[in-house]
Each structure stands twice: as structure tokens, then as C-alpha cells.
Design a protein around this ligand. Structure first.
Ligand SMILES: [Zn+2]
Length: 438
């Protein structure tokens, strides 16, 4: 009989000195892992035919795949057409509310959440206990790899309710054994202050590092609160600043929230390949691009009750396969931002984060936080317009020129920098929009 008691809502304890959360899986022989992936791909395809799952079944049939026997391994995935977010949205609109892409009755799930809906109607995600278990274990590998251990106090400021990211992070923290301190997102100065005051009482062991970190620093400065007294500290994360992108850590809550994590020894994040196949594909052919090159991040989840097959997130990723000295045997992934956020100016294509890299080198505009927007370029030859908040009492023209020079060195383009007063740009409690239309 399975265990029944408080221990079933948490994992068995580990030796805190061991290097990996799940050594058997994380250091598994790559060929054995590939066999496991092949087996899980086959069982997913079988489920598409047998349940059936109409959205995916139609995709398979459109590619001439008529029986589960036609897809035997990861190698066969390239023949399957991808689906994108809009397909999920359309499916829910045509067959409300769930659409035709669920592998289980939604009532077999225990948690529901929606995507942020920044583009169009939010889609609905449903997790069974098994699906949550996969996310919790994946998150645990990431936190352990970073050197964090159960017993630490961890905090976050994600939005709540129907938005899935907050409940997911809170419950994954609890599963791992962190003391979970969930404060509201700093949508207003008052909310930011209440969080800061609480962190002064119960100070997290792991400094708050989220989308809105800058907001907290800014409000702390306004109130004369020493950020350190609230546990706030800019801390470099493993794998950031290595290679040409960021570590590929997530495919979004709707697909795979804790897809991978960086070890900091080589660029990129170790991908949890036992629970997914990640491909960097050329969207025109559906085939994988060579290792190290940007392609569309395409994920097939494995082992879930509710999976996604060949889901193209319309984001850029690059995969790296050379063995890592840390001992973890998975491939590694780099993330290059959303494809539609790629900016094009003067014949160069780049991400806003690359521009930010240049701005970070100018001390006068980084205290207490860097606040800027870029005017969406039309792809022509005009200088890129960047508006930056600056409180300097010194020579503003000199600061502006230095910014333009750094952007030129970093991105190889001409920029026109407009310095504006501190506080002039709108603030957001969660993800800040850096690209404006004019
Ligand atoms: Zn490694």
C-alpha cells in the first residue's frame, strides 16, 4: 500500500552534501535517456490515437501518420507539424471551454490556470497531480543545482489567482522544503512597501530576484529603506552572462515551467530531457537547425497526463551538446527571446536584452534602477531611438553620448538617446514593456 500521511506531499530527504537532487536521472547515460525518451514519445503518440486527442490527431494525419507505429522515436518527431499558441486559442474558441487538445478529462486535474493573455484571449491549463509532480521535481533539480537547500526562506512576488505562475512557484517551493514567503506584486508603491516591511521582519535567505526586482529597489530608495535590511541584493545567477543568450530555463507554465537550469560551468541551462524533447527548429522546414544556432524553441513534453506535442513557443533557442564538466549529462539550451520581439534596425537583428546589456554599463542611469524604453524601429536606416531616465545633475549631454557610443559598440547600430526625468516612464508590478510604438 502506498504511503499515506504528511510525507506524501513532500519528497524524501536528501543528503545535503550530494551534488545532484536526482543523481540517477541527472547523470544518466545519454543513450539510456534517449531510450526513455523514445518510449515516452511512443506512449504519447499512442494516447493521441487511442483517446483520441483531436487537435494532435489531425496534425499527425495531415503528415500522413496513420498509426501509432509510424512514430517510433524522437527522430520521427521532425515529421510532425508544429502547433503554436494560436492553435490552442482557436481550439478553445471552436470547442469551448477546453478545446480539443486535452489528454484527460479536465476534472481529472487538480489545478487550473490561465496564461497571461498579453496577446489575445488567455488559454486554460489544467494540471493533474502527476503533472504537478513533474514540475516540482524539475524545480527541485534547479534549486539544488544552484546550491539552495530545504530549510531556507524563499520569497517571490508573482501575480495570483487564475495566473498560474504564482501558485506553481509557491507550491514548488513548499514541495522542495523552502519556507515560502509570497508577497503581492509591487503594482503600487504601497504594495511594494508592504512587501519591503515584511521582508525586514522575515528576511529571505535567497535574495528576491524576480521580474520586478528593480521596482523594490526604487521604492526602498524612496522610503529610505536600506535594501539589504529587506534581504534585497543583486546577485549574479549561474549561467547568466555566458554565451550568446540567457539560460533556457522555462517553456512557460502552460508547457513546462521548470524545463531546465544552469550549472554555470558551461553556457546554457541543463534541459530535463527525461520529461521533454527540446528542439531548435527552422520554422520553414520543421527540421532542427545545427547545434549552437538560433531556431524556434519547440517542446514535446514527456510523461505527463496533459502534454503538448511539437509545441512551437515562437521564441528563439539554441542547443549545445558537448559534455559538461559538472557531470550532468543532458544537453544544454540557450534562450534568445521572443521571435516577434526581435528588433530590426540598420540591417541588424537584436533583442531588447542585448540593448539593455549596453545600458547597464552606464552607472549614471542604473541608480537605483535602470528605466528605459526603445521606440520600435521600422527596420530602416534611421537611428534607434532610446529613452532613458536619468537623474544626473552633471553633464547630461555627455551621458547621452556615452550611451550612444556603447550601443554602437554592442550592437553595431547608430542610436539617438533621449534622457528623461526619473519617474517619467510608467512602472509595472510584473513584466515591464520596453518597446513602445512612438
Ligand atoms: Zn553543467
Amino acid at each position: 500500500m502506498p504511503a499515506y500521511g504528511p510525507e506524501v506531499i513532500g519528497p524524501p530527504p536528501r543528503d545535503t552534501d550530494q551534488q545532484f537532487w536526482d543523481p540517477d536521472i541527472q547523470t544518466m547515460d545519454p543513450q539510456r535517456r534517449r531510450d526513455l525518451q523514445d518510449e515516452r514519445v511512443r506512449s504519447m503518440i499512442r494516447a493521441v490515437f487511442e483517446r483520441p486527442v483531436p487537435l494532435f490527431l489531425r496534425k499527425l494525419q495531415s503528415a500522413g501518420i496513420e498509426s501509432p507505429d509510424d512514430v517510433r522515436s524522437v527522430d520521427d518527431l521532425s515529421a510532425i507539424p508544429t502547433i503554436v499558441k494560436q492553435d490552442l486559442r482557436d481550439s478553445e474558441a471552436d470547442a469551448p471551454p477546453w478545446g480539443e487538445y486535452r489528454f484527460t478529462d479536465p476534472r481529472a486535474g487538480v489545478r487550473l490556470g490561465t496564461s497571461t493573455g498579453t496577446t489575445g484571449q488567455p488559454t486554460i491549463s489544467v494540471w493533474t497531480r502527476n503533472d504537478l509532480f513533474i514540475e516540482y521535481e524539475s524545480a527541485a533539480r534547479n534549486w539544488w543545482r544552484m546550491g539552495n537547500r530545504p530549510g531556507m526562506i524563499a520569497t517571490h512576488a508573482h501575480p495570483a489567482y487564475l495566473y498560474a505562475g504564482g501558485p506553481m512557484l509557491s507550491s514548488a517551493y513548499e514541495y522542495f522544503g523552502f519556507l515560502n514567503v509570497w508577497v503581492p506584486p509591487p503594482d503600487t508603491d504601497e504594495l511594494a512597501e508592504s512587501a519591503l516591511r515584511f521582508w525586514q521582519r522575515v528576511t529571505p535567505d535567497i535574495p528576491f530576484m524576480g521580474f520586478s526586482t528593480g521596482r523594490f529597489f526604487e521604492v526602498a530608495a524612496k522610503l529610505g529603506i536600506d535594501p539589504k535590511s529587506a534581504g534585497l541584493e543583486f546577485k549574479s545567477m549561474p549561467g547568466f552572462g555566458m554565451g550568446k543568450g540567457l539560460p533556457l530555463m522555462t517553456a512557460g507554465a502552460e508547457c513546462y515551467a521548470y524545463l531546465g537550469g544552469a550549472c554555470g560551468r558551461l553556457p546554457g541551462a541543463h534541459i530535463h530531457e527525461d520529461w521533454c524533447v527540446v528542439q531548435a527548429i527552422d520554422p520553414d522546414t520543421g527540421r532542427e537547425v545545427p547545434d549552437g544556432e538560433w531556431g524556434n524553441l519547440t517542446v514535446t513534453t514527456l510523461g505527463r497526463d496533459n502534454g503538448l506535442l511539437r509545441y512551437d513557443l515562437e521564441e528563439a533557442c539554441a542547443l549545445l551538446r558537448e559534455p559538461c564538466p559538472c557531470g550532468e549529462t543532458s544537453i544544454r539550451g540557450l534562450w534568445g527571446g521572443r521571435i516577434k520581439d526581435l528588433l530590426s534596425s540598420q540591417g541588424k537583428r537584436f533583442q531588447v536584452t542585448e540593448l539593455e546589456g549596453a545600458l547597464r554599463r552606464v552607472p549614471e542611469i542604473n541608480e537605483p534602477t535602470l528605466e528605459y524604453v526603445v521606440v520600435k524601429p521600422d527596420g530602416g536606416g534611421a537611428p534607434l531611438v532610446v529613452r532613458v531616465e536619468c537623474a544626473t545633475a552633471g553633464d547630461a549631454a555627455e551621458v547621452g553620448q556615452r550611451i550612444e557610443t556603447l550601443i554602437g559598440e554592442h550592437l553595431g547600430i547608430r542610436a539617438a538617446c533621449e534622457l528623461i526625468e526619473r519617474g517619467a516612464l510608467p512602472r509595472s508590478g510584473y513584466k515591464t514593456s520596453r518597446v513602445v510604438d512612438g
